[in-house]
Design a protein. Structure first.
Lengths: 339, 524
């Protein structure tokens, strides 16, 4: 907690307080631009923005036609970032993602091996239907997502910041898919479930998409501003009891603890420390977006499901009993005393 | 050297004393720290206090509401604890007023406990008072401030902050100015207050009652002990216990006699007879002891007895089936040996008269009652079975209700005509027992007698290894007796003067007694 006390007075020339206030305003503008193309899905949009400002990646899961790809594309337009899309298929190779060395001819006619960057070299990467690629190709994203670099032919290439991966997967068609390994899943800050729109939202979607031309999305934030916002986010203070609550939540997902009756019954592996980091970082962003300057218990509780649902692995008994990760996390959070 | 040794021995004591003192001190400090520990708070935050903390100037507006909140929390805690204490004290006063005749000291003690308890509750409440951080957390939770105040208190030690902390502090101060501690933390009546009021009213009523009356519970207990309901519940239990005690005492009293009987088998001839005889003559008295001892020891003692004693008892006259004697007159001649004494009715009369005079023991009275039941059942059985001829068991001298003139002499001399005479008369007069009870048990000779599976009341046979009810198939025959009883070993010694007599096994004797105590079960 003392780390949060020792913070910088300002970044980017402005005082942090002002930057925090401007951050909330900017994000409100981004949200408004996204809402021009995306109807409803407020929680998904907020989750994507929180992950963007927290420096993480998002895994979107939903049925086809719910606007996952549209959301990513709209976000890329609103934040004026370099956007790239990879359609993952079973025959996709790692070189198709990260790039490869090709023979290039210089101006003087000499040939040499040169690196041809793949589509991963972008600010905003859409990995569409990521679970359709083989694990070999999926693992090509590991280094890029965590270390923001790729290594080809013993040469590391830095990715441009901000680097934001948004992957989608379809939970219905599971044939011919390769479920993401735990290491890959853990690198996603949030796993957001895209719900089916409600009645009003569906009417709105029909009105917008079947009448006239599509509304143009105006970029309101650029990459540099996003990087500044990421710095501001990290200065938000966290009270000790809030941090203690995060620790309790993460530890409660582990089946090894004697007190974790629910976890020991249904959970095979609990959340990694990345889960706790996600809760704190996401809480900070959420607090700023809410106009506050401190993380509250409500922020942590609100981000519990998207932050931890893909980090815990259920055992066979949970599957036999029809338990889901969301149910278990809700029960665990209900049993933990916030004090 | 001794001094050094003394010093060596004294030093550990001193060290142990100081160590003990330091340990106690550390324990005390730990307990104090535990009482003030706030979960989730860091070390620096736990040390914060509203009085002695050098707060940042911007946070002074936060101090006042937090102090007010803490006072209210403290007051509520004290009231709740004191009300619980008061409730318990009132309950104690009620109990004392209901039970104890001296109420003065109970009231004094209650007053002292109330004062001491109030002080203790105040100390505990003060020790457990919330810190500034805890008060801020409660305020956040009550006012929905999303942990603004607690975060600001946590960062309160930073002087002249800039950036995010300053902005957060300003936000917290602004929000705290809008909340009202009086509304969020009212001083409430504890939940136990109503209960305490009710108990207090009850205690006051009891005290008023006690001014004129004695403790009600004590009086109630006394009156309850005398009530008919309690008496009706307790009296059967007491009677049963008394009965068991008397039986036990009787058995203990008669045990040495049975041992003497084993030592003198010649005198044990009268033992089976005493079961049915409650006479008061010296011989029968001595035989009563044998009888009781045999009852107590059951079959084991009988098995332990030597065959001579078993056989010697075969010649005894036994009360019981007078019909068998009467109907099997010729067979009953076999049982009219010199060893037989007197018939049962004579003994009954004697025993009844003598028991009235000499205050028989309970066991003797019980035996007499069994004997009466036996005679009644015999008469019933005779009337039911009509004129059926019941074979007489050889060696089973059964006198039944027959009265014989010389029975008394036979008892004394040991060679009476006894039942044999009576049985002879029975065959001639077709009267059972040929005694004074003529006509009550008539035998129709012309009627064909069918073999029956009867459970004899008394079978004068020694039967070893009987574990169940013995069923005897007997055919009536003149001068002969056939006993297809299993496991029966005929004993030649029992044949005397042409008559067979056998002893009654003790186990079977118990059955007979049990049969008459429970006639329905025995008739199965």
């Amino acid at each position: 907690m003392t780390g949060s006390v020792r913070m910088e007075g300002q970044t980017g020339g402005k005082p942090l307080g002002q930057q925090a206030e401007s951050l909330a305003e900017k994000m409100q503008e981004v949200r408004a631009e996204i809402s021009k193309a995306i109807v409803g899905q407020g929680e998904v949009v907020d989750g994507v923005l929180i992950a963007l400002l927290a420096g993480g990646h998002v895994l979107l899961e939903g049925a086809p036609g719910l606007g996952k790809t549209m959301l990513v594309r709209t976000l890329a337009q609103a934040v004026a970032l370099k956007y790239s899309r990879i359609q993952f298929t079973p025959d996709l190779m790692p070189a198709d993602v990260i790039g490869t060395a090709v023979v290039q001819e210089n101006g003087d006619g000499r040939k040499s091996l040169g690196f041809q960057p793949g589509p991963i070299f972008a600010n905003l990467l859409l990995a569409d239907e990521i679970n359709r690629a083989t694990p070999k190709t999926q693992s090509a994203l590991l280094e890029a997502m965590q270390e923001k670099q790729v290594t080809v032919a013993h040469t590391s290439h830095q990715l441009e910041e901000p680097f934001f991966v948004m992957a989608t997967q379809n939970p219905l068609e599971m044939e011919g898919t390769y479920p993401l390994p735990e290491a890959q899943l853990d690198r996603f800050l949030f796993k957001l479930r895209v719900p089916f729109p409600g009645r009003e939202d569906l009417h709105d979607i029909l009105d917008r998409t079947t009448q006239g031309a599509a509304t143009a999305v105006v970029p309101v934030v650029n990459g540099a501003q996003i990087m500044e916002m990421r710095q501001v986010v990290r200065t938000v203070p966290v009270a000790p009891h809030v941090q203690e609550y995060v620790v309790k939540l993460v530890l409660a997902t582990h089946p090894e603890g004697r007190e974790n009756v629910l976890a020991s019954k249904y959970i095979r592996y609990g959340s990694s420390p990345r889960g706790a980091q996600t809760l704190i970082l996401g809480g900070k962003v959420r607090a700023l977006l809410d106009g506050r300057f401190n993380v509250s218990l409500e922020d942590v509780r609100a981000l519990l499901l998207p932050a931890l649902r893909h980090r815990i692995i259920l055992n066979f008994e949970a599957q036999a009993d029809g338990r889901t990760t969301d149910d278990l996390l809700d029960e665990i959070a209900g049993k933990i005393n916030k004090n | 050297m001794p001094a050094r040794g003394k010093n060596k021995s004294a030093a550990p004591m001193v060290q142990s004393g100081s160590a003990l003192f330091s340990a106690l001190k550390s324990k005390w400090n730990e307990s104090l720290a535990w009482s003030r520990k706030q979960p989730g708070a860091s070390r620096e935050t736990r040390g914060l206090d509203l009085e002695d903390q050098n707060w940042a100037s911007a946070l002074h507006t936060l101090i006042d509401p937090l102090l007010a909140i803490r006072r209210r929390i403290l007051t509520n805690t004290f009231l709740a604890g004191w009300m619980k204490l008061w409730t318990w004290i009132l309950a104690g006063i009620i109990v004392a007023g209901a039970l104890s005749p001296k109420l003065k000291w109970a009231l004094i003690l209650a007053g002292a406990l109330l004062v001491i308890g109030a002080i203790a509750v105040a100390i505990v409440a003060w020790r457990a008072r919330p810190s500034a951080y805890e008060a801020a957390r409660r305020l956040d939770s009550a006012a929905g401030l999303h942990d603004r105040i607690s975060t600001a208190i946590h960062l309160a030690s930073i002087e002249n902050p800039d950036g995010m902390i300053l902005r957060q502090r300003q936000d917290a101060v602004q929000r705290a100015a809008r909340v009202s501690p009086q509304i969020l933390f009212p001083i409430r009546m504890p939940d136990a207050a109503r209960r305490a009021i009710v108990i207090g009213m009850a205690a006051a009523s009891l005290l008023v009652y006690r001014i004129h009356y004695k403790p009600p519970i004590a009086a109630l207990l006394r009156s309850t002990a005398r009530s008919q309901l309690v008496q009706s519940i307790l009296s059967p239990i007491v009677h049963a216990m008394e009965k068991d005690l008397q039986r036990t005492m009787a058995l203990m009293k008669t045990k040495p006699d049975s041992q003497n009987d084993k030592a003198r088998p010649g005198q044990s001839d009268t033992a089976p007879d005493d079961l049915w005889k409650a006479s008061d003559d010296p011989a029968s008295k001595s035989e009563d002891g044998q009888q009781n001892s045999q009852e107590a020891n059951a079959a084991d003692q009988m098995q332990d007895q030597p065959p001579s004693s078993m056989q010697s008892g075969q010649g005894e006259s036994k009360p019981g089936d007078s019909e068998q004697q009467q109907e099997g007159g010729q067979q009953s001649q076999q049982s009219s040996n010199g060893s037989q004494r007197m018939s049962g009715d004579a003994q009954q009369e004697q025993s009844q008269s003598q028991s009235a005079d000499n205050k028989q023991s309970l066991s003797q009275a019980l035996m007499q009652a069994l004997k009466n039941m036996l005679s009644n059942s015999q008469s019933q059985q005779a009337s039911n079975q009509g004129n059926q001829k019941q074979p007489n068991s050889p060696g089973m001298p059964q006198s039944g209700n027959s009265r014989q003139p010389g029975s008394g002499e036979g008892d004394k001399k040991g060679d009476s005509r006894g039942s044999s005479d009576a049985q002879q008369k029975a065959t001639q007069n077709s009267s059972s027992g040929a005694g004074s009870q003529q006509g009550s048990k008539e035998l129709k000779k012309d009627q064909v007698s069918n073999p029956v599976n009867a459970v004899p009341d008394r079978v004068a046979l020694e039967s070893n290894g009987f574990k169940e009810q013995t069923r005897v198939r007997m055919d009536a025959g003149t001068g002969t007796a056939q006993l297809p009883v299993r496991d029966v070993v005929p004993q030649a010694v029992a044949v005397t003067n042409g008559a067979e007599q056998e002893n009654i096994p003790a186990r079977y004797r118990w059955y007979i007694q049990h049969y008459f105590e429970h006639p329905e079960g025995g008739q199965k």
